[in-house]
Design a protein around this ligand. Structure first.
Ligand code: SF4
Length: 348
């Protein structure tokens, strides 16, 4: 279908004239490019920019990040979500510092073995920072490539990803980083999931879906994973000094983040024996919210303790502390807990 060189030429020329300005497009530093790719997973560009600037101003080099404590790294990630990204990136950077003299390896095989580096990140960083001939296949590229070829293979299948990588390989033998970014930019700005701007598309002349009128039906994504819903109860317990009980999560999702005590709902919410037999809670939740993960949704109900607790009379477990509202900045909260905190300060 495609006249390869004409297609690539049209696409790359359009990209060079129309690309959005982003701070990580103005650097050749592989550490910064890698950081941006990690932050951009599951997160929008406009959200990432501020976090990116703050992160590199605190950790300007691999050395500085490798020496940082994980709690501080998570603090700079707070609000971006998907915290395992930050932990894996931190581990990988420490590995780079120790095993590769503080230089991001430019060998795709070695880079691909670092913690948290999957096929997409490997291709993106290697092609953009070092011009290695690897094709990035993300959601945007799946959509654009399916449409250009009027291809109805299921993009959820691993075999489709492999096939797309092979089909795109001839296009990344030169200017790999530019071509990859151009494909993703086209998907973000023109070949959008709904109401694609085909009339303004620089590669419309090469597009089979446009010719066949099948643009809205592509890409095909059959095996949608149904999200599991988990009901969680959060308990707000205040002491007589005006501080709130919080607990550090360990060995589970959102590891090392802080939360108001939270338990999976049992169906018998009058029993909170896990917490204390002496504390009574209001029967009705004062606040409800949802929190989405990739495969799980938490449906959270927040309950207030009816009585205040004298901190001298209780012994806290080692992961618990009393937090004054004004000390909030000393603790890493996931987004759901930040919302509960905001609810508390606006209602206390
Ligand atoms: Fe996408 Fe339309 Fe361009 Fe085809 S013509 S690549 S469907 S925007």
């Amino acid at each position: 279908m495609l006249n390869k060189s004409q297609f690539k030429n049209n696409l790359v020329t359009w990209f060079e004239e129309n690309q959005r300005q982003m701070p990580w497009r103005e650097t050749t530093n592989p550490y910064y490019i890698w950081l941006s790719e990690v932050m951009l997973q599951q997160t929008q560009v406009k959200t990432v920019i501020d976090y990116y600037h703050k992160f590199i101003s605190r950790f300007p080099t691999i050395y500085e990040l490798s020496k940082a404590h994980e709690d501080e790294v998570l603090k700079y990630w707070e609000g971006l979500g998907y915290y395992s990204r930050a932990r894996n990136f931190h581990t990988a950077i420490k590995d780079v510092y120790e095993s590769y003299n503080g230089e991001v390896p430019d060998d795709p095989q070695l880079f691909g073995k670092l913690k948290g580096v999957g096929p997409y990140t490997q291709a993106a960083v290697m092609s953009i920072a070092f011009n290695k001939p690897l094709a990035t296949v993300d959601g945007n590229v799946f959509r654009v490539w399916s449409r250009l070829n009027n291809d109805d293979r299921d993009i959820k299948l691993q075999s489709t990803r492999k096939a797309f990588e092979n089909e795109l390989a001839p296009y990344v033998q030169e200017k790999a980083g530019t071509f990859n970014q151009a494909m993703m930019e086209l998907g973000a700005l023109i070949c959008t999931p709904k109401n694609a701007l085909c009339l303004f598309c620089p590669v419309q002349a090469h597009c089979e879906a446009f010719e066949q009128g099948t643009v809205e039906q592509l890409p095909v994504k059959t095996t949608q994973v149904k999200k599991k819903h988990i009901k969680q109860n959060v308990y707000i317990i205040k002491n007589t000094d005006g501080a709130y009980l919080i607990e550090k999560r360990t060995q589970r999702l959102l590891n090392n983040m802080w939360e108001f005590p939270m338990f999976e709902a049992t169906g018998d919410e009058s029993v909170n024996a896990q917490l204390s037999t002496n504390i009574q809670f209001q029967h009705k939740p004062v606040y409800s919210l949802k929190h989405q993960f990739t495969h799980i949704t938490w449906d959270i109900n927040v309950y207030l303790a009816k009585t205040q607790v004298n901190p001298q009379e209780v012994t806290l477990s080692e992961n618990m502390v009393w937090m004054k509202l004004e000390d909030r900045e000393n603790y890493n909260f996931p987004v759901s807990m930040s919302k509960i905190y905001k609810f508390l300060i606006t209602n206390s």
